[in-house]
Design a protein around this ligand. Sequence first.
Ligand code: 5GP
Length: 130
Amino acid sequence: MSSIFSKIVVGEIPCYKIAEDDNYLAFLDINPLAKGHTLVIPKKEVDYIFDVDDQLLGGMMIFSKRVALAIEKAVPCKRIGIAVLGLEVPHAHIHLIPLNNLGDINFSNPKLKFSSQEFIEIARLINSKL
Ligand code: 5GP
């Protein structure tokens, strides 16, 4: 069975897209810890990030860097934090999270709520900085 992120890749499930190329997709996390919280995935479905082959994994980091620098320009923050958990969705992904304090990357924090219009606006803003 396809992961929920594979369904996003093929457009079966919508997302607020940030960036895409042949191998990777970046989109806003639907339950964000911070405004601009973004997920980067390889389009190829692999559960565990350390099972992703070297070339694809290296490219994923370079793709994430480009996205992170755009988030940093779009959302006021000290820097972009990076985290890998994979406890919920079995499709490798990197979390990119705008940080001002250590607590901003605490996954036990309550998640933020944005309207669809707000998500669209955040995605548009980040997109404009790519
Ligand atoms: P993890 O697997 O890294 O523990 O958590 C998965 C992350 O994916 C969570 O932060 C969750 O909010 C996000 N997520 C789960 N399902 C969806 C979805 O359908 N769309 C989007 N955009 N994010 C999702």
